[in-house]
Design a protein around this ligand. Structure first.
Ligand SMILES: [Zn+2]
Length: 142
């Protein structure tokens, strides 16, 4: 499993996180619920459900869970960029609309992948934006 506080990998059965020292029992209590009462993994996964809008929604409502805020920010930024790129491509004459459709299909695969990773409790980081979202979500005071 991963530490809810610093995202370091914690050995199964370890009493506390070797990196930041957070106690595992507390860790398990804290990972259960997000601040809107949803299961944390479900809330994080839902951040990817409705394009960038769901990410923005969870960014706005989640106050407690770093895990949810991480996935919400990663989802909002990534899916917004894809969304804008898609619209721009659709206006390119010729092959633009074809590229937009291909990008959209790739985007659907990405969303399903991110959804399942979040649901399984993984701090799955996309290149660049993932690191950035992780740094933001873990540095912030709860
Ligand atoms: Zn830790």
């Amino acid at each position: 499993m991963q530490c809810h506080k610093c995202a370091a990998v914690v050995k199964q059965g370890a009493e506390k996180c070797g990196k930041c020292g957070v106690v595992r029992k507390k860790m398990l209590d804290e990972i259960k619920k997000s601040s809107i009462g949803m299961d944390e993994n479900v809330a994080a996964a839902s951040s990817y459900a409705f394009l960038f809008l769901s990410g923005l929604f969870f960014l706005a409502v989640e106050r407690k869970s770093r895990f949810v805020r991480f996935h919400a920010l990663q989802g909002a930024v990534t899916l917004f960029v894809v969304f804008v790129t898609n619209i721009a491509l659709a206006f390119v004459p010729g092959f633009g609309i074809l590229l937009a459709i291909v990008l959209w299909l790739l985007n659907l695969i990405l969303i399903v992948n991110l959804f399942l990773k979040a649901l399984s409790g993984e701090w799955y980081m996309l290149p660049v934006v993932g690191r950035w979202a992780w740094r933001w979500a873990t540095a912030e005071k709860p």
